[in-house]
Design a protein around this ligand. Structure first.
Ligand code: GTP
Length: 713
């Protein structure tokens, strides 16, 4: 719509054309006129050109949409706030007037009207309305400017607070991220508290202020001497008292810069600073407040502070995992907290864990800030060692090089100091085992540790005690518990360090841990394969020989029976039923022989359809003969039809240890002779070896002496 810009526009809404014409006539010299013949049309015009229209003259009774409906719709679409409306109506009732005013009209003119009065009232309403909206715009602008200024001021304040607190952290050798994380965790906890426990009346406005004030919690550390603030070891009780004073010192500091413009904010800062070490049971400091006498904001910051301290690296400790930190807090290891707060803490724990994971990268890159050694420490080290600062620096450099090399090698390096009884691992240890890299009281801890397999632990410790200045190193294979993977094989290379003056005092151990699990399991598998008959999984010929040789060496007096077992007519099975079925029969025979002998006996397959078994502690020939008989009839149990069809069975030759031979070779040879005899006598029988079987003309002898052998059919 092309609206004339030099005149203001009014919209006349009436279904009677004559009424519209009269009004248009009245106003056309001053205003540009738009006309609508019903409510719907009027709304369309307003929706499009609301900025141009300065007044709506609205009739009440109209088809399609009456005046009240138009007003309702204008209210719903927020058009009524942008343009004044005058009702021009012949309905002269109070009810209609009231309804009109309720719906936001600026004036009501009853028909018939005096043209001059109407003109004046319309002009007045337009002027008033424009004045009002100009004022509103002005106020809006001023509010915007004020808000911008307040925001700027807030930003400057926050910046100053954070700068100041970060300066404290840098002095404290921390990363500078601590207060940012505390602020974040405080906010998360407060938001959850406000939802779960409305009784604490924590509004979003308060949450924002408290989170910002949390940055002040450790401001008092500015007054704590460096040698206490940065002491790597445990504080003495006097030092701890001085350290505890940081809560009071912080409050004094805050009072000296009292920020009068915002008393409430000052109160949050003050109370957080003073009470963030109080505990729910009254065992905190400095005022030993109990329960909800500790302001809830101080309680929340206190928990956020503890969680952050546990999950962060410090000069004296590695970062604990989220799970461990949660466990420690819930287990009361860091003092007692409000049970309601702990409930909320459990609820938001997954959010904290996620945020912690995304923070870890930043924390790692910022570690260099922490790794600078405070002047006091350097000086103390220098005095203690008597070395110059240059030498100490070079030593530090060497140590750093060594650390980087060990990290690059992928091995876990460790260092044990006998005097302090501290065992320290390289970072990789934490990555793999998820355990602290520094173990104080190492002797006790290792003796009780579940990390080393119980069967390997004492052997490992024993080997360490056997090291001498002449033989200072050893390699030990042991199993260690890796989270989610169970016990894994590691090779531990250890080098004992000796006091070079006395050469009798072991001052520590240096070593490395290499995961050899894959190599070891592969080697075990290969060894197993080299010793095993793959078809039956019995020991193979080579393994049987090794085992029997060492058995005979160890137990020269233990009597035993060597069985040489051969399947009779096995070829017929292969030929008629196939090689695969033949394999099945071989596996069956193997398992049956194993089943028939004792678990301590030795059974193997030496090739083809030939098996051996050594029955230990078998002095009774009768019992041996019974066992042999059983083996001859193995097929009777499951494969009876094969006996009828192919005449399959087993034959067994037996030689007795030590009577028929004291070596494996002798026993094997003689059992073989006996087997030959049994086969010659028609198979499916067993024969004990007899000396005549060894003769060169054995075959001739065989026919002559047959009756004297125990051949059973
Ligand atoms: N299925 C199968 N057959 C095998 C395997 N190793 C050897 N054999 C077969 O086992 C048979 C052994 O031969 P022999 O001992 O001469 O045959 P036999 O029929 O048992 O003869 P006697 O011992 O005189 O009763 C041959 O047919 C070989 O092919 C194997 O791993 N699987």
């Amino acid at each position: 719509m092309n609206v004339l810009m030099d005149k203001q526009t009014i919209l006349i809404v009436d279904d009677v054309e004559l009424n519209r014409a009269i009004l248009a006539e009245l106003f056309s010299d001053i205003y540009h006129i738009l006309e609508a013949e019903n409510g719907r049309e009027a709304l369309d015009i307003l929706e499009k050109d609301i900025d141009q229209v300065v007044m709506v003259l609205l009739d009440i009774v109209m088809p399609v949409m009456d005046g009240f409906e138009v007003l309702q719709e204008m209210t719903d679409r927020k058009l009524i706030e942008q343009v004044p409306v005058i009702l021009i109506t012949s309905e002269n009732s109070d009810r209609a007037a009231l309804q009109g005013y309720q719906l936001g009209v600026s004036d009501i003119i009853n028909k018939p009207f005096n043209p001059e009065v109407v003109k004046r009232r319309v002009a007045n309403v337009i002027e008033l309305f424009m004045h009002k909206s100009n004022l509103e715009k002005l106020v809006g602008k001023q509010i915007e400017t004020l808000e911008k200024q307040a925001n700027k001021l807030n930003q400057v304040n926050n910046f100053l607070i954070e700068t100041l607190s970060t300066a404290v952290e840098f002095r404290n050798c921390e990363s500078g991220q601590h207060i940012k994380r505390i602020r974040h965790t405080t906010q998360i906890l407060l938001e959850a508290m406000s939802k779960e426990y409305p009784e604490y009346a924590l509004s979003p406005y308060h949450i924002e202020k408290i989170s910002s004030a949390s940055a002040m919690h450790d401001i008092g550390k500015i007054a704590i001497p460096d040698y206490i603030l940065n002491k790597p070891g445990k504080l003495t009780s006097e030092e701890f008292e001085i350290m505890k004073a940081h809560c009071i010192r912080g409050c004094e500091f805050l009072q000296s810069i009292h920020y009068a413009q915002d008393e409430e904010y000052f109160r949050f800062c003050y109370e957080i600073c003073r009470h963030h070490h109080e505990r729910w049971d009254g065992n905190g400091y400095p005022d030993r407040l109990k329960g909800d006498n500790i302001p809830i904001w101080a309680q929340v910051v206190s928990l956020a502070d503890v969680y952050d301290a546990l999950t962060s690296k410090r000069v004296y400790k590695n970062a604990y995992s989220h799970e461990k930190a949660v466990k420690m807090i819930l287990g009361g290891e860091c003092g007692v907290f409000n049970p309601k707060l702990l409930k909320v803490f459990i609820k938001v724990a997954p959010v904290l864990e996620r945020d912690l994971a995304s923070n870890e990268e930043i924390a790692d890159t910022e570690f260099s800030v922490c790794s600078f050694v405070p002047a006091q420490e350097v000086q103390a080290k220098q005095e203690e060692s008597g070395l110059s600062s240059r030498t100490l620096r070079l030593l530090e450099l060497e140590r750093e090089k060594y650390r980087i090399l060990s990290e690059l090698s992928g091995d876990i390096v460790f260092n044990y100091d006998t005097k302090s009884d501290v065992l320290e691992f390289s970072e990789k240890y934490y990555d793999l085992f998820h355990r602290d890299i520094r173990i104080p009281d190492a002797r006790d801890t290792i003796e009780r540790s579940e990390v080393i397999h119980p069967d390997d632990r004492s052997l490992f410790l024993k080997r360490l005690t056997e090291l001498t200045p002449k033989f200072p190193s050893c390699r030990i294979e042991l199993r260690m518990m890796v989270p989610d993977q169970g016990f894994q094989w590691f090779e531990v290379s250890v080098n004992a360090l000796w006091n070079t003056e006395t050469n009798v005092e072991c001052v520590g151990y240096l070593g490395k841990l290499v995961n050899i699990h894959e190599r070891k399991t592969e080697a075990n598998l290969l060894r197993k394969q080299a010793n095993m008959d793959s078809l039956t999984e019995l020991d193979n010929r080579k393994r049987i020989r090794e085992r029997l040789i060492s058995l005979f060496e160890e137990n020269k007096k233990e009597e035993g029976a060597f069985f040489f077992i051969d399947i009779d007519n096995f070829k017929a099975i292969n030929d008629n039923l196939g090689h695969m079925f033949g394999d099945e029969i071989l596996r069956y025979i193997a398992s049956e022989i194993k089943r028939k002998v004792r678990s301590t006996d030795i059974v193997g397959r030496i090739g083809g359809d030939e098996f051996v078994a050594f029955l230990r502690n078998s002095s009774s020939e009768k019992a041996v003969a019974e066992k042999a008989r059983d083996i001859c009839d193995l097929f009777r149990n499951t494969y009876k039809e094969l006996i009828d069809k192919y005449n399959v069975s087993c034959s067994v030759g037996i030689s007795l240890f030590p009577r028929d031979g004291e070596t494996y070779e002798e026993l094997f040879h003689n059992a073989d002779r006996a087997l030959y005899y049994a086969k010659e006598r028609g198979k499916n029988g067993y024969a004990f070896y007899n000396e005549t079987m060894g003769n060169s003309d054995f075959k001739t002898v065989l026919t002559n002496v047959v009756d004297s052998y125990q051949l059973v059919k």
